[in-house]
Ligand binder design. Structure first.
Ligand code: SF4
Length: 898
C-alpha cells in the first residue's frame, strides 16, 4: 500500500491508499462521530453523522470516501458541526426521549453524541413511529421504536454470521427492521448469537436477561475467556451484586473481534444456578441404604487420602487413575497430573481429548512431530486461498470460526466441504462432496493419487523437507483409483477438481474435527490428510497448513499440560530418561513413573475388570459422554472408591463416594489455551457459592494431606511453574497474561511475541513423513439385524452433557426435543413422518426420540446429537494407536413407536 500525504484540520498526516477518510483519521487519533459504521462491517454511509468537508467536493461521509494524495479535509468546521447537529435532531425527532429509563443509557451512541453536540431537543417535531417491542425470542428484546435504522444489525447478521435473519422491511416512513419473529422473514433463521445486540448503537436491541438489573455504570466489567468451545472467544462480563447480568464480546480480542455465539453470550445461567454444589458430600450407609450427606473439607480430604493410600498399598499405584478436564484451566490440569505422577506415582491420567483429538495427536506426531493447529484463525480469514473443511460441522461446533471462514469466502477464498452430513458451511462452499461415512482414508488417498498422477506435487518442498516420497509413489502405483468411486460414493471428476484446487492454490488449509478423528481409523484419517499437505507443500507458510479444530475450551491446554497417559507436560514421553530427570528435578521428587498409563476407555475397561480400584474425576461426566455408557456405568459401580469433583451433581457424581464442590471458570483465575495455541486469561469475576473452591486449590489441599506441601499462593504461581515445565510456554508468564497478552505458543522466552505459523523452517521431527495407509472399513457395519449407520455430533445451542447449557432456559427452548435426523427415503420406507416418535436400537442399548426428516444425510444413515444420552448406542472399539473410540459409526435399527 502506497503512503499518501493528506491534510486533516490543517495538519499533514500519512494515510494509505485504499483507506477511507474515517480510517485515516482514526489511525491518527482524530475523532469523527459514527453511528452506522462498524470496523468489522462494510461501510454503509447510512447515518451520515461522519460528514466532513473535503476540499473541492463539500460535505462527504468519511466512512465511504477514500483518501487521495493531497486530500484536504476539515472535520470540525462550523458547517460540519451544524450538519451533524441537524442529523442528530432528525434522529431524535423519531426516537423516544426516555434516556432516564433506557437500559442502554451509558452505552448508547445517540445519547453520547447528543450530549457531545449539545442537542437537547429537536426542531423537527412530527409524527413518531409506533412500533411495539417484538417478542418470541428467548434472549433478545427487539424494541424497534428506538431503532435509528443504521443497518448494523442487518449487516452483522448477513456479513459475519450468515444467518440472514434480519432485514429492512416496509418502506418510507414505515421502514423498520424485520426479523425471524415478524411476518417478513422465516421464523427459525435467527440463531440467537446476539451479535446484533453487540453492534446496536442505541437501545433497540437488548438482552432480556439484563433488563432492569443495572446499567453499565452500575456494573463491574471483567475481561475473561468463554468457557465453552475451543475458539476461546474473549468476553466482557458485566457484574452487579455478584451476579453476571450480561456478556458481550471483546472487540479487541484477536480471536473473535467482539463476535460470539449463543452459548458464549447467553449460556451463563449455570453460574448462579441454585443446584450448584456448595459443600463436600460423602456417601453414607444408613439402615441398609446409602445416600450423600454434607461433610467438611477436612473429613472429605482425609477420607480420600485414607482410601487412596489403602488402595495404593494393597494393589499398587496403577490401581488408581485420574480423569482431568478440558473444562478446567491449564494450572488445574497441570496440578492434577502432577498429583498423580508425583504423589500417586502412576501415569494413569487422561482426559476427554482421548475421545476427540487423540488421533490427531497420534497421527500428526508421527508425520510432523506436533499435533497443534499449525496456523491462526486470523490467517484463515485473511490469507488462505483454499479452505478444505472435512469432518467438522464448524457452524455448530466452533461458530465463531465459521464466521471467520465465511469472511474468507467473502474475500474470495475457495471453500471445499467434504462431509457425510450436508452442514451449514456446505451451503456457501464452492464444492461440496458427500462421501459415504467411514471412507475418509479412501477419499484422501484418492486426492493424493490424483495429485501424483497429474504432477501437482511440490517437488522442491518434498526434496527439502519430506521423507518417504519414493516409497509413497511406489505404494500409490497399486492404488485402485477406479474403486474409489464405489467405496466413497463420490465422482472421480469432482475429486479431481478438489485435488487441483487444493494443490494449486497459493495457500491451502485443511480443517477437521471429530468427523475425522472419532473412528477406529482416526489416526489413519489424520495421516492421510497430512500426506496431502506434505505432497503439495501446503504447510509451513502463513495461510497454509493443517488445522485440527479443538472441541472444548481448554482441550488444547489440558493436552499441553500432560493430562494424557503417554505424555508428561509438553508432550515429553515418560520412557525418555531426560523427561523423568527434568521432572524429578523440577518437582524435587525421585522415582517418577516411567510406564505409559491407561487411557480413558482403558481405565473404564480395567475398572470393569477389577484392576482399577480407585478413580478421581475432575470436571468430566463419563457416565454420559463416553462410548457405551451402560458399560461405563457398570465400571463405575465396580470401583472400590470414586471421587468426583465438579460444579454440579452430574450423572457421574451419582456413583461417587466423595463429591467435591468446585468453582466455575467465572469464579477463578488461570489460563485456557485455545484451538490456535493461544494462551488467554481466565478471570475471577464473581465469588463462588458456599464452600466450593477452585480445582487447583482442592488438588493442592489434597496433596497436602499426603504430606506434599506445594504452597502455591495463587493460580499465577502455577502459571510460572508451567513456563518452566513446558518449553513452548517458556515465555508465557503470569506477568504477561495479567497484562492482557494473548500469546500463541511456541513462545520460548519472555521477549518472544508468540508464533502464528508453525513449521516454517522445519518440522519438530525434522523432515515430514509421508505414510502409506491402506483403507479399512469401520468396525461395526450395518447388517440384516441393524441395517442403518448411526453417527453422532453436536448442536449449536448445547454443549456436551448439558451440565452447563442445560441450566439456561432459552438454550433449552432453542434446542427443543431430542431428535434424530433420518433421510427422506429411509423415512418413507419405514412410514415415518416428521416428528413421529421413533426408537433407535443398537447392540448396546435403545433410545427414543423424535424423527426429523432431513435432506442433509445420505440414505442408510441416521444422526443424533450426543447431548441426550446417544452414547447408550455407541460402541467402545478403539483406534489401535490413539485409543479413541469410534463414536462416529455404529450399526443401528430404527422403528416407529406405536
Ligand atoms: Fe464461546 Fe465458542 Fe461460542 Fe466463541 S464460538 S462464544 S468460544 S462457544
Amino acid at each position: 500500500m502506497a503512503n499518501l500525504k493528506i491534510s486533516v484540520d490543517n495538519n499533514t498526516i500519512v494515510a494509505f491508499e485504499g483507506q477511507t477518510i474515517l480510517e485515516a483519521c482514526q489511525a491518527n487519533g482524530i475523532e469523527i462521530p459514527t453511528l452506522c459504521y462498524h470496523p468489522q462491517l462494510k461501510p454503509l454511509g447510512a447515518c451520515r453523522l461522519c460528514l466532513v468537508e473535503l476540499k473541492n467536493k463539500g460535505l462527504v461521509t468519511a466512512c465511504t470516501e477514500k483518501v487521495r494524495n493531497g486530500s484536504e479535509i476539515i472535520t470540525n468546521s462550523e458547517k460540519v458541526i451544524q450538519a451533524r447537529k441537524i442529523i442528530l435532531e432528525l434522529l431524535l425527532s423519531d426516537h423516544p426521549a426516555d434516556c432516564m429509563t433506557c437500559e442502554k443509557s451509558g452505552q448508547c451512541l445517540l445519547e453520547k453524541y447528543a450530549y457531545q453536540y449539545g442537542v437537547r431537543k429537536t426542531r423537527y417535531e412530527g409524527e413518531k413511529r409506533v412500533v411495539h417491542p417484538r417478542d418470541g425470542s428467548p434472549f433478545i428484546i427487539r424494541d424497534y421504536e428506538k431503532c435509528i435504522l443504521c443497518g448494523r444489525c442487518v449487516s452483522v447478521c448477513e456479513q459475519i454470521v450468515g444467518a440472514d435473519a434480519i432485514g429492512f422491511g416496509y418502506r418510507g416512513f414505515n421502514t423498520r427492521i424485520v426479523s425471524g419473529f415478524d411476518e417478513s422473514l422465516k421464523e427459525g433463521d435467527c440463531i440467537f448469537c446476539g451479535n446484533c445486540i453487540q453492534v446496536c448503537p442505541v437501545g433497540a436491541l437488548r438482552e432480556i436477561n439484563a433488563e432492569g438489573k443495572g446499567r453499565t455504570w452500575d456494573c463491574t466489567i471483567e475481561n475473561t475467556t468463554c468457557p465453552y468451545c475451543g475458539v476461546g472467544c474473549g468476553i466482557k462480563t458485566f457484574i452487579k451484586d455478584n451476579q453476571i447480568i450480561k456478556i458481550q464480546g471483546q472487540d479487541e480480542s484477536p480471536v473473535n473481534h467482539g463476535w460470539l455465539c449463543v452459548k458464549g453470550r447467553f449460556g451463563y445461567d449455570y453460574v448462579s444456578d441454585p443446584g450448584r454444589l456448595k459443600k463436600p458430600l460423602i456417601r453414607r450407609k444408613t439402615s441398609g441404604n446409602s445416600g450423600f450427606v454434607e461433610t467438611t473439607w477436612d473429613e472429605a480430604l482425609n477420607f480420600i487420602r485414607e482410601k487412596f493410600t489403602e488402595i495404593k498399598a494393597r494393589y499398587g499405584p496403577d490401581a488408581l487413575a485420574g480423569l482431568a478436564s478440558a473444562k478446567c484451566t491449564n494450572e488445574e490440569n497441570y496440578l492434577f497430573q502432577k498429583f498423580f505422577r508425583q504423589i500417586i506415582k502412576t501415569n494413569n491420567i487422561d482426559h476427554c481429548a482421548r475421545l476427540c483429538h487423540a488421533s490427531t495427536i497420534a497421527g500428526l506426531f508421527q508425520t510432523l512431530g506436533s499435533a497443534a493447529m499449525s496456523n491462526s484463525l486470523e490467517e484463515i480469514e485473511n490469507i488462505t486461498d483454499c479452505i478444505l473443511i472435512t469432518g467438522t460441522n464448524v457452524f455448530e461446533t466452533q461458530p465463531v470460526t465459521s464466521y471467520r471462514i465465511r469472511k474468507a469466502v467473502e474475500r474470495g477464498a475457495c471453500l471445499v466441504v467434504i462431509d457425510p452430513r450436508k452442514t451449514r458451511m456446505a451451503e456457501i462452499a464452492s464444492i461440496y462432496l458427500q462421501p459415504r461415512i467411514g471412507t475418509d482414508v479412501c477419499v484422501f488417498n484418492t486426492l493424493a493419487k490424483i495429485i501424483l498422477d497429474e504432477g501437482l506435487y511440490n517437488q522442491d518442498f518434498i526434496r527439502n523437507r519430506v521423507d518417504g516420497f519414493e516409497e509413497f509413489c511406489a505404494w500409490m502405483n497399486n492404488f485402485p483409483i477406479k474403486e474409489a468411486e464405489r467405496i466413497t460414493g463420490l465422482s472421480l471428476e469432482k475429486l479431481k477438481e478438489v485435488a487441483r484446487i487444493y494443490a494449486t492454490s497459493g495457500t491451502s488449509m485443511i480443517c477437521w474435527s471429530m468427523g475425522i478423528t472419532q473412528h477406529t481409523t482416526g489416526t489413519d484419517n489424520v495421516m492421510a490428510l497430512s500426506n496431502l499437505a506434505l505432497l503439495t507443500g501446503q504447510i509451513g507458510k502463513p495461510g497454509a497448513g493443517l488445522s485440527p479444530l479443538r472441541g472444548q475450551n481448554n482441550v488444547q491446554g489440558a493436552c499441553d499440560m500432560g493430562a494424557l497417559a503417554e505424555f508428561y507436560p509438553g508432550y515429553q514421553k515418560p520412557e525418555n530418561e531426560a523427561t523423568i530427570k527434568k521432572f524429578e528435578t523440577l518437582w524435587n521428587e525421585p522415582e517418577l513413573p516411567v510406564q505409559k498409563g491407561l487411557t480413558v476407555v482403558e481405565i473404564f475397561e480395567n475398572a470393569y475388570r477389577g484392576k482399577i480400584k480407585g478413580l478421581y474425576i475432575m470436571g468430566e461426566n463419563p457416565a454420559l459422554s463416553d462410548p457405551d455408557i451402560t458399560h461405563v456405568r457398570e465400571a463405575l459401580e465396580k470401583l472400590d472408591f470414586l471421587v468426583v469433583q465438579d460444579i454440579f451433581f452430574t450423572e457421574t457424581a451419582a456413583y461417587a463416594d466423595v463429591i467435591l464442590p468446585a468453582c466455575a471458570s467465572f469464579e477463578k483465575d488461570g489460563t485456557f489455551t485455545n484451538t490456535e495455541r493461544r494462551v488467554q486469561k481466565v478471570t475471577r469475576c464473581v465469588v463462588q457459592p458456599g464452600e466450593s473452591k477452585p480445582d487447583w486449590m482442592i488438588v493442592q489441599n489434597l496433596a497436602g494431606r499426603f504430606g506434599c506441601h506445594w504452597n502455591y499462593q495463587n493460580a499465577w504461581e502455577i502459571t510460572n511453574e508451567i513456563s518452566k515445565a513446558v518449553s513452548p510456554y517458556g515465555g508465557i508468564t503470569s506477568r504477561r497474561i495479567l497484562q492482557g497478552e494473548k500469546i500463541q505458543w511456541p513462545c520460548p522466552d519472555e521477549n518472544h511475541p508468540g508464533t502464528s505459523t508453525l513449521h516454517i523452517e522445519r518440522f519438530p521431527i525434522g523432515r515430514g513423513k509421508l505414510k502409506c495407509i491402506d483403507y479399512r472399513q469401520p468396525f461395526e457395519l450395518p447388517d440384516e439385524e441393524y441395517p442403518l449407520v448411526l453417527t453422532t455430533g453436536r448442536v449449536l445451542s448445547e454443549y456436551h452433557t448439558r451440565t452447563m447449557t442445560g441450566k439456561t432456559a432459552g438454550l433449552r427452548e432453542i434446542t427443543g426435543e431430542p431428535f434424530c435426523l433420518i433421510s427422506r427415503t429411509d423415512a418413507r420406507k419405514m412410514k415415518i413422518r416428521n416428528r413421529d416418535r421413533i426408537r433407535i436400537s443398537s447392540r448396546r442399548g435403545t433410545l427414543e426420540l423424535f424423527a426429523s426428516i432431513s435432506d442433509s444425510i445420505n440414505d442408510g444413515v441416521v444422526f443424533i446429537p450426543f447431548h441426550f444420552g446417544a452414547n447408550i448406542l455407541t460402541h467402545s472399539k478403539l483406534d489401535p494407536v490413539a485409543k479413541i473410540p469410534e463414536f462416529k459409526v455404529c450399526a443401528c435399527k430404527v422403528e416407529k413407536v406405536r
